[in-house]
Design a protein around this ligand. Sequence first.
Ligand SMILES: C[S@@+](CC[C@H](N)C(=O)[O-])C[C@H]1O[C@@H](n2cnc3c(N)ncnc32)[C@H](O)[C@@H]1O
Length: 231
Amino acid sequence: MEIVNKKNIERYLDNDWILAELKNINAKGSKVYTSDQWLMEDKAKRFIYHRVYRDFSKVSKDFKLLDIGGGLSTFSHSFLSHLAYEIVDTCNHETNQNIGRAVNELEKMTLSRSDWNEFQHSGTYDCVVANDIFPNVDQRVEEFLAKFLPVTKEIRMSLTYYNIPRTYKVKRVDGDEIFYIRPWDGLRLSHALNAFIDRIKNPCLDRLLLNPESVFANGRQVCIVQMKGDL
Ligand SMILES: C[S@@+](CC[C@H](N)C(=O)[O-])C[C@H]1O[C@@H](n2cnc3c(N)ncnc32)[C@H](O)[C@@H]1O
């Protein structure tokens, strides 16, 4: 378990291989999707990607990777093209035109456009990744873990929380009500993770309660968690 901080990002920037690759993709005139754009613009996101995905470069072609909320990305498609790469994503950040184009052009990935909770997985996985979806975009962390831990060797997540006051004004999509929602803080997240403590690599839940200087403009904190699955 690792809390993302300024120092480890600076160390990563000594060899910012993701930005170099993104510049190559741009120079070739390939399509840039929203997740590519975020990587280009945000060094903290590149560091997190490096930590979560880097060692997949060494795995064999029968390695099965399921990416929950993985987004569409020409960079990921090229970096992970040697393995069996499956994405489950509702594609909230892409137009239908872009989604159609990705399905045609990014032929080495399998996309299920679905809520992960509705998704019917077939078989088992070597790793399930959830990068930047829980618990900020989707608060169902415990349900996600209960669904996927039994069918994978490992789960890797980057988890966003706020140890500063923050409120989202949100509108129900199936009603008129407007809610003011508090995103999770470190205490709430540590309670959720505590139920899985025996599976977490190098746990340090007490550090979730601290509020070091944020590396993001919106003040968020991010921790990266690796968990052992049942397989
Ligand atoms: C903040 S983005 C992160 C995307 C990508 N992992 C990245 O780091 O660039 C969250 C992603 O989760 C997807 N998403 C949100 N709710 C989802 C759900 N219930 N099931 C599947 N995907 C979902 C969104 O469409 C979006 O692509």
